[in-house]
Structure formats: structure tokens, C-alpha cells
Design a binder for this molecule. Structure first.
Ligand SMILES: Nc1ncnc2c1ncn2[C@@H]1O[C@H](COP(=O)(O)OP(=O)(O)OP(=O)(O)O)[C@@H](O)[C@H]1O
Ligand SMILES: [Mg+2]
Length: 310
């Protein structure tokens, strides 16, 4: 049974349809990416899942119940608006959240210290949140979402504000949660994280789902390109839709090629071999998630100004 599913979920704020008839599902142990530009409806969707706001239409099921009816101790959440009690110490903050989720103080402290250890913050366990850097406080907040080993972990833009080392640490933590069977749903507009992490992903544009599936299926939406080096003139070759000349090295020229419709890189290579085209390099390149996103959404994930009607 799905850990989470949305059925025809719409959320309107006045004239704005933030989420439009959205269907999706997340399975146990799955890492699921919620992708979309600014204002696409990611946070609105996650807030509905957590019963912070209610859908205008449609139905959501979380751990077999309606949002808010499931046991909160089975869920972990990192909200988009970060915020902890500034005067509370890091470890006390985590213990406090652990107890809210039904843990004993002892178990919460043990798990909290283990998390701070993994997050390279053990030496700051007794620091008040107000004395911490933004990224450190964010790691503490992440620990509050993880302390109860939730079955469903929902992270809204968890990578934002973290340096590259801590981004990697967070990727590891997400994988760790999935390995113990948790479903992890995270929103991002940084495609590289999604590309590395997601078992499945969903791409939203103006509240409308443009894609849901795994990376291989997403890659199938955009034809692969080929990079090759040859001494032949390829301009009249039938299998090529677009030929971009990169640079030359004596008689040899580097090209990037878009394939003609329906042609696979292996088929092009076969043609070249048959026609005796001299090749020094032939490399098929699948579309990066960034390119797929641009293809589906029409603009780069991080290029949409805040609040722009997309
Ligand atoms: N409480 C609200 N009242 C009115 N409009 C809202 C409210 N919350 C969200 N919206 C609108 O809903 C749309 C989707 O917003 P949402 O916060 O879900 O986007 P997002 O995908 O999380 O974007 P970002 O990447 O910028 O966080 C936007 O047009 C936004 O202005
Ligand atoms: Mg958001």
C-alpha cells in the first residue's frame, strides 16, 4: 500500500490555482522528488499532505488515513520556513521534538546525540540555537525531523542553505532513511540532487503535473545527443537532425549531434560503420534532468523570478 497518495487534489487561493488536479503516489522505501520552479505548488502540496492547509478538491491519503488523522509519530517534516526556539540548546531541541513524537526522553537523547554525531555537530550539542550558523541550525532542525525514525519523511527544500559538504551529508541521510524502509519526499529545484537520489520524481508546472516516473522514463522524453570526433563531412548525413561543430584538431572535428526522430545512438553508429565514416570518438549522452525540466517546464528550474505567474 502506498505511504502517500493524492487523488485529483486541487488547491485554490482566490484566483490562483496553486495545485491543479494532482494525482501522485509514494511507496515505502522510495525516494521521491517533488520538482518545480518557484511558485509551482511544491510547498502547497506538502502542506496539504501535512494537514497544515486543506485541499479545495480531491483526496489525500497518508499512511492509510486522511491527513492529520494518521499518527504524527510516524512522520518527520522539515518545513520551508525554518525555525526553532533560539534559546534552546541543540540537543534539548531534538529531545523536545522526540518527546512530542512519543519517544522517551532517554531514547530521544540517545538518537539525538547519534544524529548530531553524524551531522558533525556533536561538539555543539550544548550550544543554544541562537549561537549557531544558519546551516548548523538547519541540521539541528533536520535532526528533529529524523529523531523518531519516521516512516514518511517530508523535506521542503532541504538542500537550500547547506554548503556542498553538508548537502552530501544530507543526501547520505536521505539514502539511509530509505534503506531502513522509510519513504522520503523532498522538494527541490536543484536537479543534480534529484538526479542522484530519486527513485521516482514528479515535475510540477503552475500546479499541473508534467511528469511522474523514474529517471529513465524522464530521459525517454528528451532524445539523447551524441558527441563524436570524425574527419568526415557529416553535414549531409540522413540520421542527423542537428549538427553542432565544437572545435577541430587537425583533420579531426568534434561534433555534438541531435539524432533524427526515432533514431537510437547505436543505430547511428551502425550507419557510420557501414558507410566507413572514420571515428575517433562516439559517445551517447542521455539528457540531464536539467534539460528534461527545461523541456517540460519551458524554463530553467532556478530561473523563475519569485511570484511570477508561470
Ligand atoms: N497562503 C497563500 N495565499 C495565497 N497564495 C498562496 C498561498 N500559498 C501559496 N500561494 C500561491 O500558490 C502558488 C504556489 O506556491 P508554493 O509555495 O506552493 O510554490 P513552491 O513550488 O513551493 O515555490 P518555491 O520554489 O518558490 O518555494 C504561488 O502562486 C503562491 O503565490
Ligand atoms: Mg516552496
Amino acid at each position: 500500500m502506498s505511504v502517500l497518495s493524492m487523488h485529483g487534489v486541487t488547491k485554490r487561493f482566490g484566483d490562483i490555482t496553486a495545485v491543479d488536479a494532482l494525482d501522485m503516489h509514494v511507496e515505502p522505501g522510495e525516494i521521491f522528488g517533488f520538482l518545480g520552479g518557484n511558485g509551482a505548488g511544491k510547498t502547497t502540496s506538502l502542506r496539504m499532505i501535512l494537514d497544515i492547509i486543506r485541499p479545495t478538491e480531491g483526496r489525500i491519503e497518508v499512511l492509510g488515513a486522511a491527513p492529520g488523522q494518521e499518527r504524527a509519530d510516524r512522520i518527520g517534516f522539515l518545513p520551508e520556513e525554518r525555525g526553532l526556539y533560539p534559546n534552546m540548546k541543540a540537543i534539548e531541541t531534538i529531545v523536545y521534538f522526540g518527546e512530542l513524537k512519543g519517544m522517551s526522553p532517554k531514547a530521544a537523547r540517545t538518537e539525538g546525540m547519534a544524529l548530531l554525531e553524524r551531522f558533525d555537530l556533536a561538539d555543539r550539542a550544548a550550544s543554544p540555537i541562537s549561537d549557531m550558523s544558519k546551516g548548523m541550525a538547519q541540521k539541528v532542525q533536520l535532526a528533529t525531523a529524523l529523531v523518531n525514525s519516521p516512516e514518511l519523511l517530508i523535506l521542503d527544500e532541504p538542500f537550500s542553505g547547506l554548503d556542498p559538504v553538508n548537502q552530501q551529508l544530507l543526501e547520505g541521510e536521505i539514502q539511509r532513511a530509505a534503506q531502513r524502509g522509510a519513504a522520503v519526499v523532498f522538494s527541490t529545484h536543484i536537479m543534480q540532487h534529484a538526479e542522484r537520489l530519486c527513485d521516482r520524481l514528479l515535475i510540477l508546472r503552475k500546479g499541473v503535473k508534467k511528469f511522474e516516473g523514474d529517471l529513465a522514463a524522464a530521459q525517454g522524453l528528451v532524445p539523447p545527443t551524441v558527441r563524436l570526433t570524425t574527419s568526415a563531412d557529416l553535414s549531409a548525413h540522413a540520421g542527423i537532425a542537428a549538427l553542432r561543430r565544437q572545435d577541430s584538431d587537425g583533420d579531426w572535428t568534434h561534433y555534438e549531434i541531435d539524432l533524427a526522430d526515432g533514431l537510437e545512438p547505436a543505430m547511428l553508429l551502425e550507419q557510420f560503420t557501414r558507410d566507413g565514416v572514420p571515428l575517433r570518438r562516439f559517445e551517447a549522452r542521455h539528457a540531464a534532468l536539467h534539460d528534461i525540466f527545461v523541456h517540460l517546464v519551458g524554463s530553467a528550474p532556478d530561473a523563475l523570478p519569485q511570484g511570477e505567474a508561470q
